[in-house]
Design a protein around this ligand. Structure first.
Ligand code: NG6
Ligand code: CA
Length: 498
């Protein structure tokens, strides 16, 4: 056994040359904005653990998700393909079927094929099973484990959507055959109170006209209806601690072999209901408290890696799936206690927006043994992880695979200032970033959505911004630069057709 292990280690050493392949941990927050971290300029909140990660690696100032919402961004992370190429990759309900193909290369499948132990803990939101109607009381066919994760501990969709349960390796935890779970997104099931009928039962008030008035779980109205599974339902205050514990257990159990862990934090997505030790701590309402909680969790992971002697050879990416939003459906103090905090930093828009803050998010890469700390302005996207890690692991992809993913490994490792040449950004329409230019084609989106306070990027006129001098996208140059607009429109059309 020992000899086999020795030869295995030797093999991995040769696989990348001078040193053993790194462990890889991707930590992805949910709806965390560019300006939400002190290492990205926040001055109303301090995030020491993430700042430390930034100081030990590369802090990207032009790092992106593909999309301004969760499901499409995470689809791109997994597949290396723009989500808008495939129907049904918008924000998924909690009972959706799996949207990621299981017969194509994916990020976990790549690591698995390179001999890694692979795991995912936290938010999923890419659908489960083969159909919408499914039996939640038995193992669910088709999910993270079918994509190449050897281990999964997830919740299905978002913290504000039913079913509010965990699944370990595609089986709901704490099932009780005498209290079976059923889920419906169209009609109420069973006798559970709903936010619509009994709002006085809520401990976190829903914002008017934003839904979140389905089944009440833990005093919080959710999107959708569920019945049963009383034992299986999570308590929001302890849910992130459960994820942290599962992530730590995975790391500890795999300390002697290369591992790949996706750790998808749920903060600061709604409903923000951090554990009691963080409530009221930030002075910015529950959203700020949730950010302090996620920072703490990142610090706990780091401590473990240090204690296990793994920190030096672990490549950690910290990022977020889309830009920030304050009121996303609950009255939780994010708006009333904003206190001058700017979650989008210097950028315009936020979650749901075609403006930069929709997809320009925190993006840190740390690998102490190999990466020299610094700041990079290279244009990089989460979709590029697949081809870049394929390159790191010397497992090159075929030309047709993960076709929208660029090999930006030298940029990720701080060895090059050059990232991808351009990126299509997605919200309710598409925009393009190429070099210093940001181009938003004329579209028919409503320019402003008051409920979430979103400037969507909607306009009947084309928009062109020079991000190098106008990162806040205020000065529309489209009328002055028609040739640039034509060129960018042609590039965008070509990308869409490709
Ligand atoms: C929206 C929800 C919002 C949030 C979002 C998904 C309403 C009115 N709003 O539809 O609260 O759950 O979906 O967020 O239902 S995401 O980060 O997972 O994309
Ligand atoms: Ca999100």
């Amino acid at each position: 056994m020992k000899t086999t292990l020795f030869f295995l280690c030797l093999l991995t050493v040769f696989a990348v040359g001078a040193q053993p392949v790194p462990n890889v941990i991707i930590i992805c927050a949910d709806d965390l904005g560019y300006g939400d971290l002190s290492c990205y300029g926040a001055d109303k909140i301090t995030t020491p653990a993430i700042d430390r990660l930034a100081a030990s690696g590369i802090r990207f100032t032009n790092g992106h998700s593909t999309s301004a919402t969760c499901t499409p961004s995470r689809y791109a992370m997994m597949t290396g393909i723009y989500p808008w190429r495939r129907k049904g990759t918008g924000i998924l309900p909690g009972d959706a079927a799996l949207v990621v193909p299981v017969d194509k290369i994916s990020l976990p499948a790549l690591f698995k094929s390179a001999g890694y132990e692979t795991g995912i803990v936290g938010k999923w939101h890419l659908g489960l099973g083969e159909t919408v109607s499914k039996n939640w009381n038995a193992p669910i066919a088709k999910g993270p484990n079918d994509l190449g994760f050897n281990y999964s501990f997830i919740f299905p969709a978002t913290a504000d959507r039913v079913p509010t349960v965990f699944l370990e390796n595609q089986l709901v935890t704490a099932l009780d055959s005498s209290d079976p779970i059923a889920v419906d997104y169209n009609r109420k099931l069973g006798d559970d109170p709903t936010g619509r009928e009994q709002p006085w039962l809520l401990k976190l008030k829903a914002s008017p006209n934003q839904g979140h008035d389905g089944t009440i779980v833990n005093g919080i109205g959710r999107i959708g209806f569920m019945t049963g599974g009383k034992l299986a339902r999570w308590t929001d205050e302890e849910m992130p601690l459960t994820f942290l514990e599962k992530a730590r257990t995975f790391i500890g159990a795999n300390k002697d072999r290369p591992f790949f862990l996706v750790y998808n934090l749920t903060e600061p997505h709604v409903p923000r209901m951090p554990s009691t030790m963080f409530k009221g701590k930030s002075g910015l309402g529950l959203r700020g408290d949730a950010i302090l909680q996620l920072d703490w969790a990142v610090g706990e992971i780091r401590k473990d890696l240090e204690r296990l002697g793994l920190l030096d050879n672990t490549l950690i990416i910290f990022t977020s799936d889309n830009g920030p939003v304050l009121d996303d459906g609950y009255q939780d103090g994010a708006v009333t206690q904003q206190n001058g905090h700017r979650p989008a930093g210097p950028f315009r828009g936020g979650k749901y927006s075609l403006f930069e803050a929709g997809t320009r998010i925190p993006f840190l890469v740390s690998w102490p043994s190999t990466i020299k700390p610094g700041v990079s302005d290279a244009l990089v996207c989460q979709m590029d992880w697949l081809r870049s890690f394929a390159s790191l692991l010397k497992k090159p992809l075929a030309a047709g695979e993960a076709g929208d993913s660029y090999d930006v490994l030298p940029a990720l490792l701080g060895q090059s200032a050059t990232g991808r040449p351009h990126l299509v950004e997605q919200a309710d329409a598409l925009a393009l970033v190429s070099g210093k230019w940001k181009y938003i084609p004329a579209n028919n989106l409503v320019p402003y959505k008051p409920l979430t306070d979103t400037e969507t990027g909607g306009s009947s006129q084309p928009q062109l911004y020079d991000l190098s001098i106008d990162p806040g996208e205020r000065n529309n140059l489209a009328a002055k630069q028609p040739a640039v607009c034509r060129q960018l429109q042609a590039l965008l059309d070509a990308e869409i057709k490709r």
